[in-house]
Design a protein around this ligand. Structure first.
Ligand code: ATP
Length: 227
């Protein structure tokens, strides 16, 4: 498909291979994420959601199958090549913000850009613009500990999008928030993703949130099925 941004084909992954406790987590996962598409990934705990997100985001390698981002075949490439691609093309959001505690909100969004050789002034402009878009520009100089849970996640969204990735991968991005905050913060995330035209795969247990995405895929018995 010509506008495929993320293309996963025949992904397989097992742990403890050859041992009595071998577990075949992915048994042939196929997924094509097209430009601007937002897909919900729904999976019971332990079904392999993190394993799938880590392989799709080039943090882990499959036992079999391929990962293409933007038409580039990246599975099987060197660690260095995959790291470069991950930094440029993939944004991650986790359930817990994982912001660096000793840096303020702005710096947490600037740092991944410096790692990509973006000049500091440009990186700061981008960070301020993103903070403005998620509605917390006035919190730029606050460290994570001085932010609310919802604000921390908004900063984490900005950090994930700082390098204008092609693909956003999120693992329960509002799972750590109370229902009302989760709802607001999720709306902010959806708006941000839509405005940037990103393609996103967002894991959630929350079927109400899943229903707000373009389509739902369930990870069942190691394969993806329409939800
Ligand atoms: N490094 C590993 N070694 C052995 N088994 C593993 C390893 N990583 C994951 N597993 C097992 O693989 C299965 C899938 O794990 P994974 O973390 O992908 O699930 P998950 O769907 O993300 O779960 P949760 O929603 O609870 O985080 C689980 O049974 C887990 O115990």
């Amino acid at each position: 498909m010509s506008d495929a941004v993320l293309h996963l084909k025949g992904l397989k992954k097992s742990y403890n291979k050859g041992l009595v406790n071998e577990v075949n987590v992915l048994r042939g996962v196929d997924l094509t994420l097209t430009s601007g598409e937002i897909v919900a990934l729904v999976a019971p705990s332990g079904a392999g959601k993190s394993t799938l997100l880590h392989i799709a985001g080039l943090l882990d390698v499959p036992d079999a199958g391929t990962v293409e981002i933007g038409g580039q075949l990246l599975s099987g490439k060197s660690d260095r090549r995959r790291t470069v691609s991950r930094r440029q093309d993939v944004g991650f959001i986790y359930q817990f913000h994982h912001l660096l505690p000793e840096f303020n909100a702005l710096e947490n969004i600037v740092l991944p850009q410096l790692a990509n050789a973006v000049p500091r002034a440009k990186a700061e402009d981008r960070a301020n613009e993103l903070l403005q878009r998620v509605g917390i520009k006035e919190r730029a100089a606050h460290r994570p500990a001085a932010l609310s849970g919802g604000e921390q996640q908004r900063v984490a969204f900005c950090r994930a999008l700082a390098n204008s990735p092609r693909v956003l991968l999120a693992d329960e991005p509002t799972g750590n928030l109370d229902p009302a905050t989760s709802d607001q913060v999720f709306a902010t995330l959806m708006q941000l993703v839509r405005e940037t035209g990103l393609s996103a795969l967002i894991a959630t247990h929350n079927m109400e949130l899943a229903a707000r995405m373009d389509r739902i895929l369930k990870l069942e018995n190691g394969v993806l099925v329409p939800g």
